[in-house]
Design a protein around this ligand. Structure first.
Ligand SMILES: Nc1nc2c(ncn2[C@@H]2O[C@H](COP(=O)(O)OP(=O)(O)O)[C@@H](O)[C@H]2O)c(=O)[nH]1
Ligand SMILES: [Mg+2]
Length: 205
Protein backbone atom coordinates (compact mmCIF):
# COMPACT_ATOMS: atom_id res chain seq x y z
CA UNK A 1 0.00 0.00 0.00
CA UNK A 2 1.24 3.47 -0.92
CA UNK A 3 2.24 5.78 1.90
CA UNK A 4 -0.18 8.70 1.82
CA UNK A 5 0.14 11.66 4.13
CA UNK A 6 -1.99 14.73 4.53
CA UNK A 7 0.43 17.61 4.67
CA UNK A 8 -2.11 20.43 4.89
CA UNK A 9 -5.77 20.86 5.72
CA UNK A 10 -7.74 24.05 6.12
CA UNK A 11 -11.31 25.19 6.42
CA UNK A 12 -12.37 27.10 3.32
CA UNK A 13 -16.01 28.06 3.59
CA UNK A 14 -19.51 27.13 4.66
CA UNK A 15 -21.78 27.30 1.67
CA UNK A 16 -25.48 27.94 2.04
CA UNK A 17 -26.35 27.55 -1.62
CA UNK A 18 -24.89 26.37 -4.85
CA UNK A 19 -23.70 29.89 -5.57
CA UNK A 20 -21.70 30.17 -2.37
CA UNK A 21 -19.65 27.02 -3.01
CA UNK A 22 -15.95 27.79 -3.70
CA UNK A 23 -15.22 28.99 -7.19
CA UNK A 24 -12.04 26.98 -7.45
CA UNK A 25 -12.83 23.49 -8.72
CA UNK A 26 -10.83 20.66 -7.16
CA UNK A 27 -11.63 16.97 -6.87
CA UNK A 28 -14.17 16.57 -4.08
CA UNK A 29 -14.71 13.76 -1.60
CA UNK A 30 -18.12 14.15 -0.02
CA UNK A 31 -19.26 12.95 3.40
CA UNK A 32 -22.92 12.43 4.20
CA UNK A 33 -24.85 10.80 7.03
CA UNK A 34 -27.27 11.25 9.90
CA UNK A 35 -26.52 13.82 12.54
CA UNK A 36 -24.25 12.31 15.18
CA UNK A 37 -23.07 9.45 12.95
CA UNK A 38 -19.47 10.66 13.34
CA UNK A 39 -18.91 12.75 10.24
CA UNK A 40 -16.91 15.54 11.83
CA UNK A 41 -14.87 13.02 13.82
CA UNK A 42 -14.07 11.14 10.62
CA UNK A 43 -12.84 14.27 8.88
CA UNK A 44 -10.74 15.15 11.92
CA UNK A 45 -9.32 11.62 12.04
CA UNK A 46 -8.45 11.64 8.34
CA UNK A 47 -6.74 15.00 8.53
CA UNK A 48 -5.12 14.28 11.90
CA UNK A 49 -6.65 17.40 13.35
CA UNK A 50 -8.42 17.71 16.67
CA UNK A 51 -11.15 20.08 15.63
CA UNK A 52 -10.91 20.98 11.96
CA UNK A 53 -14.52 19.92 11.51
CA UNK A 54 -15.95 20.71 14.88
CA UNK A 55 -17.48 17.69 16.58
CA UNK A 56 -20.42 18.41 18.77
CA UNK A 57 -22.82 16.68 21.09
CA UNK A 58 -25.74 18.76 19.85
CA UNK A 59 -26.70 17.26 16.51
CA UNK A 60 -28.45 18.90 13.60
CA UNK A 61 -26.86 22.30 14.01
CA UNK A 62 -24.88 22.45 10.80
CA UNK A 63 -27.08 23.31 7.89
CA UNK A 64 -24.23 24.40 5.69
CA UNK A 65 -21.98 22.60 3.23
CA UNK A 66 -18.51 22.87 4.68
CA UNK A 67 -15.48 22.79 2.41
CA UNK A 68 -12.04 21.80 3.64
CA UNK A 69 -9.04 22.07 1.38
CA UNK A 70 -6.69 19.17 1.86
CA UNK A 71 -3.25 18.48 0.38
CA UNK A 72 -2.24 14.83 0.02
CA UNK A 73 1.30 13.69 -0.59
CA UNK A 74 2.33 10.27 -1.84
CA UNK A 75 5.68 8.53 -1.30
CA UNK A 76 7.03 9.73 -4.65
CA UNK A 77 6.32 13.30 -3.48
CA UNK A 78 3.32 13.86 -5.75
CA UNK A 79 0.88 16.34 -4.25
CA UNK A 80 -2.87 16.45 -4.75
CA UNK A 81 -5.14 19.28 -3.68
CA UNK A 82 -8.69 18.23 -2.99
CA UNK A 83 -11.76 19.24 -1.02
CA UNK A 84 -13.37 17.28 1.77
CA UNK A 85 -17.01 18.30 1.69
CA UNK A 86 -19.06 17.93 4.85
CA UNK A 87 -22.78 17.89 4.10
CA UNK A 88 -25.29 18.82 6.81
CA UNK A 89 -26.50 15.80 8.75
CA UNK A 90 -30.00 14.53 8.04
CA UNK A 91 -32.58 12.65 10.06
CA UNK A 92 -32.48 14.67 13.23
CA UNK A 93 -35.82 14.05 14.94
CA UNK A 94 -36.33 17.65 15.98
CA UNK A 95 -36.10 18.98 12.44
CA UNK A 96 -39.41 19.95 10.90
CA UNK A 97 -40.76 18.59 7.65
CA UNK A 98 -40.17 21.93 5.96
CA UNK A 99 -36.60 21.87 7.14
CA UNK A 100 -36.13 18.38 5.81
CA UNK A 101 -37.44 19.42 2.41
CA UNK A 102 -35.09 22.37 2.34
CA UNK A 103 -32.24 20.07 3.30
CA UNK A 104 -33.06 17.70 0.46
CA UNK A 105 -33.26 20.53 -2.06
CA UNK A 106 -30.00 22.07 -0.93
CA UNK A 107 -28.11 18.78 -1.07
CA UNK A 108 -29.71 17.84 -4.34
CA UNK A 109 -28.58 21.09 -5.87
CA UNK A 110 -25.02 20.61 -4.72
CA UNK A 111 -24.81 16.98 -5.82
CA UNK A 112 -26.21 17.82 -9.24
CA UNK A 113 -24.06 20.92 -9.74
CA UNK A 114 -21.41 19.30 -11.97
CA UNK A 115 -18.65 19.94 -9.53
CA UNK A 116 -15.79 17.45 -9.62
CA UNK A 117 -17.18 14.92 -7.13
CA UNK A 118 -15.00 11.80 -7.08
CA UNK A 119 -17.15 9.78 -4.71
CA UNK A 120 -19.45 10.09 -1.74
CA UNK A 121 -18.88 8.48 1.64
CA UNK A 122 -22.25 7.43 3.01
CA UNK A 123 -21.73 7.12 6.74
CA UNK A 124 -23.84 4.70 8.74
CA UNK A 125 -23.51 3.83 12.42
CA UNK A 126 -22.06 0.34 12.51
CA UNK A 127 -23.98 -0.52 15.69
CA UNK A 128 -27.40 -0.30 14.06
CA UNK A 129 -28.98 -1.39 10.79
CA UNK A 130 -29.37 1.56 8.38
CA UNK A 131 -32.44 3.65 9.08
CA UNK A 132 -35.09 4.82 6.64
CA UNK A 133 -33.28 8.13 6.12
CA UNK A 134 -29.99 6.32 5.41
CA UNK A 135 -31.68 4.15 2.80
CA UNK A 136 -33.21 7.22 1.17
CA UNK A 137 -29.93 9.08 1.12
CA UNK A 138 -28.08 6.09 -0.30
CA UNK A 139 -30.72 5.52 -2.99
CA UNK A 140 -30.62 9.14 -4.09
CA UNK A 141 -26.82 9.01 -4.49
CA UNK A 142 -27.05 5.86 -6.57
CA UNK A 143 -29.81 7.45 -8.61
CA UNK A 144 -27.48 10.34 -9.40
CA UNK A 145 -24.85 7.86 -10.61
CA UNK A 146 -22.42 9.00 -7.94
CA UNK A 147 -19.91 6.38 -6.77
CA UNK A 148 -20.66 5.60 -3.13
CA UNK A 149 -18.48 4.11 -0.42
CA UNK A 150 -20.38 3.04 2.68
CA UNK A 151 -18.40 3.90 5.80
CA UNK A 152 -19.54 2.04 8.91
CA UNK A 153 -18.61 4.34 11.79
CA UNK A 154 -17.80 3.75 15.46
CA UNK A 155 -16.45 0.25 14.74
CA UNK A 156 -14.55 0.38 18.04
CA UNK A 157 -17.86 0.04 19.87
CA UNK A 158 -18.42 -3.51 18.59
CA UNK A 159 -16.78 -6.77 19.57
CA UNK A 160 -15.32 -9.14 17.01
CA UNK A 161 -18.31 -11.46 16.66
CA UNK A 162 -20.81 -8.62 16.52
CA UNK A 163 -18.84 -6.86 13.78
CA UNK A 164 -19.48 -9.42 11.06
CA UNK A 165 -23.14 -9.70 11.98
CA UNK A 166 -23.60 -5.95 11.77
CA UNK A 167 -21.63 -5.66 8.53
CA UNK A 168 -23.86 -8.33 7.00
CA UNK A 169 -26.96 -6.45 8.10
CA UNK A 170 -25.71 -3.25 6.50
CA UNK A 171 -24.70 -5.10 3.36
CA UNK A 172 -28.11 -6.74 2.98
CA UNK A 173 -30.07 -3.65 3.82
CA UNK A 174 -28.28 -1.46 1.28
CA UNK A 175 -27.80 -4.21 -1.27
CA UNK A 176 -24.06 -3.70 -1.65
CA UNK A 177 -21.16 -6.14 -1.51
CA UNK A 178 -18.69 -6.20 1.35
CA UNK A 179 -15.97 -4.40 -0.63
CA UNK A 180 -18.21 -1.32 -0.72
CA UNK A 181 -18.32 -1.10 3.08
CA UNK A 182 -15.43 0.22 5.12
CA UNK A 183 -15.50 -0.10 8.92
CA UNK A 184 -14.07 3.02 10.53
CA UNK A 185 -13.15 4.12 14.01
CA UNK A 186 -12.22 7.75 14.49
CA UNK A 187 -11.02 7.11 18.01
CA UNK A 188 -8.66 4.33 16.89
CA UNK A 189 -8.07 5.51 13.33
CA UNK A 190 -9.17 2.10 12.09
CA UNK A 191 -9.85 2.25 8.36
CA UNK A 192 -7.91 5.47 7.92
CA UNK A 193 -5.19 4.19 5.60
CA UNK A 194 -7.76 2.22 3.58
CA UNK A 195 -9.89 5.30 3.11
CA UNK A 196 -6.88 7.40 2.12
CA UNK A 197 -6.07 4.69 -0.39
CA UNK A 198 -9.57 4.81 -1.90
CA UNK A 199 -9.30 8.59 -2.08
CA UNK A 200 -5.96 8.50 -3.89
CA UNK A 201 -7.23 5.89 -6.33
CA UNK A 202 -10.25 8.03 -7.14
CA UNK A 203 -7.91 10.90 -8.04
CA UNK A 204 -5.60 9.07 -10.38
CA UNK A 205 -8.22 7.10 -12.27
N1 LIG B 1 -16.36 5.57 20.11
C1 LIG B 1 -16.46 6.36 19.05
N2 LIG B 1 -17.18 7.50 19.13
C2 LIG B 1 -17.28 8.29 18.02
C3 LIG B 1 -16.66 7.93 16.80
N3 LIG B 1 -16.95 8.88 15.89
C4 LIG B 1 -17.70 9.80 16.52
N4 LIG B 1 -17.91 9.46 17.81
C5 LIG B 1 -18.71 10.23 18.81
O1 LIG B 1 -20.02 10.40 18.32
C6 LIG B 1 -20.51 11.73 18.60
C7 LIG B 1 -20.90 12.44 17.30
O2 LIG B 1 -19.75 12.63 16.50
P1 LIG B 1 -19.64 13.81 15.41
O3 LIG B 1 -18.36 13.59 14.69
O4 LIG B 1 -19.86 15.14 16.04
O5 LIG B 1 -20.90 13.45 14.49
P2 LIG B 1 -21.54 14.28 13.27
O6 LIG B 1 -22.77 14.93 13.81
O7 LIG B 1 -21.90 13.23 12.26
O8 LIG B 1 -20.52 15.24 12.76
C8 LIG B 1 -19.40 12.44 19.35
O9 LIG B 1 -19.67 12.33 20.72
C9 LIG B 1 -18.15 11.63 18.99
O10 LIG B 1 -17.16 11.68 19.97
C10 LIG B 1 -15.89 6.70 16.75
O11 LIG B 1 -15.33 6.28 15.72
N5 LIG B 1 -15.84 5.97 17.91
MG1 LIG C 1 -20.66 17.32 12.41
Amino acid sequence: MEEITIIKSEYVTSAVSRKTCPEELLPEIVFVGRSNVGKSSLINSLTNRKSLARTSGTPGKTQTINFFKVTLKTSDDTRHEIYFVDLPGYGYAKTSKTNRKLWAKFIDEYLSSRRDIKFVCQLVDMRHPPMESDLKSFASLVEKNLPVLVVATKSDKLGKTERQKHLDAIKNSLGVDEESILPYSSTKNEGRSDLLDVILNSLIK
